[in-house]
Design a protein around this ligand. Sequence first.
Ligand code: SF4
Length: 591
Amino acid sequence: MPMPTDAALRLRRRAQQEIRLVEPNQGGRLRVVLAYPNTYAVGMSNLGMHTIYRLLNADPEVCCERAFLPDDDEIEAYQSRGTPLMTVESQRPVSNADVIAFSASFENDYVNLVRMLTLAGLPPRAAQRNETHPIILMGGATVSINPEPVAPFLDVCCVGEGEGLVGPLIDTILGRAGATPATDSDEPWVDDGPPPRDVLLRRLATLPGFYVPELYDPHYDDSTPSGYPVFTGLTPKNGAPAIVTKVRAVFGGPETVASTAILTPETEFGDRAMIEVARGCTKGCRYCWVGYNILPFRVHTVEDVLTAAERWRPTTQRVGLVATALLDHPDIEAIAAGLLERGFKVFSPSLIISTLREPLLRTVIDSGQRTITIAPEAGSDRMRELIMKKITNEEILEKVRMIFRAGAHNLKNYVIIGLPGETEADLQALVELASSMREIMIEEGRERGHIGTITLSVNCLIPKPGTPFQWAQQIRPSEYRAKLRWLRRRLAKVPNVVLDAMSPRMAEIQGLTSRGDRRVADLIELWAETGSWRQAVREWEQRGGSVDHFAFRALQPTDPLPWGHLRTGASEAALGNQWRKALAGNVDAAA
Ligand code: SF4
């Protein structure tokens, strides 16, 4: 037996310190590696990763293990010693799998998809792989709204919610009876075992939620005024559908509740079980993909959430409730009360301010949560109306008083700058709002002798596909930097208020990869090769690429969109309607 490498020993130690509710079926005939394109600590904090791991291992014919990007201090050793990327559970090479399923939540992790494939010894481009290689697929929020920048690396992109995709995927790969037949009648498909790769991909492409990039040819028009070829559309071939529709999860029963499958001390919330109580949001803020794509708003019942929590009782008494719109759950107070009765402490990562209510607030603060996170998003009522965030500064400050009166020490605020039509007055309003929040914190904290911190967590507006702002123009890094400098100078005079901002580089990366088409894959690959975003951009632009074209251009409603072949939520007409209303300064009902 070969001596284990340092990397293998580190993975083994990591596996030994985990507490697992789910184990891989080592006898399963289909070997799947569930891969997260970031480090172990980041990936294990992702609830989607836990859910898909549990669902895959619930199938007795599947053995699913996990793989992550090695930590920063390990990468060089992997490269210099030629150590292959391995799984956490058995430290087997990732490349031995039949399927490698990536789960991605952030566009800035796309570079790590290429890095991980390279570390695994696999050609990063789908066109360079063949029958001898694993099937490489990716799912998750970003790929569901625009997979094109990573499409050349993938055999399959999963569009929609993983819970609805795992079953059909495994049935199809294993060629099991019960798999939905493909449309080609000359290919009988009844329990005939694993099909050849090209047949498998064509079969998957006929099912809702599976987009097979190689079955679509992109087209560009180079007769444009800017001289840079513009995307004009994708042509499907070999029976692939023109439109790929998204698949949704069905809620009902404790097994459908997304929740922590493995506890590990290496994550920020390694001491608590995270449990999803609701999915989606009814608010329809015009920049937010959740409000227009995670539809309809769905909730888990009190009983199902409590049953999911009970599984962790012997190990932890701390539960984190997860939902983008937690307080929209009609029974959220009953859920919190039920957990408290069973001896659990209850936490919540972030709360929507307009629906914030005292009972849940007191529950999380009494459980020991010191920082409450809200998302006012803008400093002026005018800007908030434009993005359709329906709450005024006066109402926000009332809620902030409620938060500090309930005993919170700190308040974290998510804020977006670079919104369409934003002026200095809107930024000034943000400074004043933060100052007013600080005054309330001091008034309410004085009695308890505790003054905490108000944090403004500032993001640059990234126009996201599938939202009314998908046509908006993103501000350039120079303008974003100037706005941040302006804010920092003003806030420096306000004690106890700190500004924590997305970097201009990150804003550029996100802008480019959010609305990019397949040509952006060349830049991602260069970035993975050089290890430097700046150098990659320089080389890409020398070869004819254009950051401006993808990241900082306003799109016209008539422009063909690289993600136009996906149907994930609200129709383009509905999004366009909201975009026009935003430009006209009109508020509207929720989506
Ligand atoms: S409140 Fe607005 S920003 Fe928050 S999840 Fe809902 S739609 Fe998105």
